[in-house]
Design a protein around this ligand. Structure first.
Ligand code: UD1
Ligand code: UDP
Length: 364
């Protein structure tokens, strides 16, 4: 059996790592394509190197960054890569909801290759999010839908998707299990760099947040008035927008905010482990915070989440982008720290094994 496996952005590399390593462990033939949607070393290659992943067989240097042109370019390049192969792989594995995932899936569909969607069935029901467009479309053209939770499975059943649905857990939990030992190697040096004894950890990068100057200004206002110091590794997209709207120097001048470049995975896990709580609009971080080794409350800077399991389990709270609401919720967290479950709602760390078992059983 031969498998195509794709990554394009930072979270895809991290969440695909356990699946790639499982393919290697079982000696299954695969072709690894990195689309290069994320192209800067700090949010792309660094993770392939750090996580000890096999070298991609194919890696694109994309010329387009606007979404439709970028997806078009990825499809053209994937089609070319497929065409150059002597043997057609039987399945394409994609993870998540990025533009790379949609482009790789559409190209595979037209090439007659089955599609396995890892992290299928998430829904925010927020049509402003490009990720919601991507995940809906990919779910409807996939043959294998690897839903992380029972709720994700129900979402897919309600939409009557055509493929087979399997509940596997989320590979993000597998990744923490696989790599958590490495945190000890970097923990002291990371914490030495942090200027504060006690801090909240922030990230912020979603298109609907940072491309809207009003939302970006609200975030800066929150940083300025936050009740405890903040450590903030900044995503390149957000840095560009802050610069564009003349806000970067304001953020840099805040004495209660330590701005950091994007962190490596082990360093970031160390920051999550040691912070008081997390404030973010990231998807993956909402899941990681529920892992027993991290177990941190999360304020979600959005009006919806496609990961309501974290809210139901008591880890996450949707706080939107109104500074007064966010600040009140932060004060509340500081005054009374919630007791959190010791089990993640996103699985038992065996998702990658289950996914490859299912593929092997069906296609061998
Ligand atoms: C993408 C995903 C998002 C995911 C995020 C992970 C889509 C629609 N979005 O968002 O779901 O949460 O990755 O971090 O696929 N840029 C750089 N350097 C890079 C990459 C991007 O500076 O290496 C800047 C460029 O100006 C680019 C912009 O960020 O135009 C947006 O990049 P893009 O990959 O389209 O989206 P992300 O916001 O990173
Ligand atoms: N992450 C990291 N360094 C950072 C910020 C995040 O390694 O400075 C990791 C984090 O642990 C998680 C993933 O990147 O696994 C989340 O990526 P991001 O928030 O960019 O994307 P999303 O999950 O929202 O799609």
């Amino acid at each position: 059996m031969s498998v195509f496996i794709f990554t394009g952005t930072r979270p895809e590399i991290i969440k695909t790592a356990p699946v790639l390593l499982e393919l290697v462990r079982r000696g299954i033939d695969f072709i690894y394509i990195h689309t290069g949607q994320h192209y800067e070393y700090e949010i792309s290659r660094r993770f392939i190197d750090e996580l000890g992943l096999p070298e991609p067989h194919v890696e694109f240097a994309l010329n387009n960054s606007r979404p439709a042109s970028q997806m078009g370019e990825i499809m053209i390049r994937v089609e070319k890569a497929f065409g150059e192969l002597k043997k057609k792989p039987r399945v394409t594995l994609v993870q998540g909801d990025t533009n790379s995932v949609l482009a790789a899936s559409l190209a595979s569909l037209r090439f007659g290759i089955r599609i396995g969607h890892i992290e299928a069935g998430l829904r925010s029901y927020d049509w402003r999010m490009p990720e919601e467009h991507n995940r809906r479309m990919v779910d409807h053209i996939s043959d294998y839908l690897f839903a992380p939770t029972e709720l994700a499975k129900r979402n897919l059943e309600e939409e009557r998707v055509l493929g087979q649905i399997y509940v596997t857990g989320n590979t993000v939990i597998d990744a923490i299990d696989l790599y958590f030992d490495r945190v000890a190697e970097v923990e002291n040096s990371v914490l030495e760099k942090v200027k504060y004894d006690e801090f909240a950890l922030a990230t912020f990068h979603r298109a609907e947040n940072v491309d809207d100057p009003k939302n970006l200004k609200s975030f800066v206002e929150v940083l300025r008035r936050f009740p405890i110091p903040i450590v903030y590794p900044i995503h390149p997209r957000t840095k560009k927008r802050l610069e564009e709207y003349g806000l970067l120097n304001t953020v840099k001048s805040l004495r209660n905010v330590q701005l950091l470049p994007p962190m490596g995975y082990f360093e970031f896990l160390a920051l999550m482990k040691n912070c008081r709580f997390i404030m973010t609009d990231s998807g993956g971080i909402q899941e990681e915070a529920t892992h027993p080794a991290i177990r941190k409350p999360v304020l979600v800077l959005r009006s919806s989440t496609e990961r309501p399991e974290a809210v139901q389990a008591g880890f996450a709270r949707i706080v939107g982008l109104n500074p007064n609401v966010i600040l009140a919720e932060s004060e509340r967290l500081i005054a009374s720290y919630p007791s959190l479950p010791d089990k993640s709602p996103f699985g038992d760390g065996k998702a990658a094994k289950k996914i490859i078992d299912l593929i092997e059983k069906d296609l061998l």
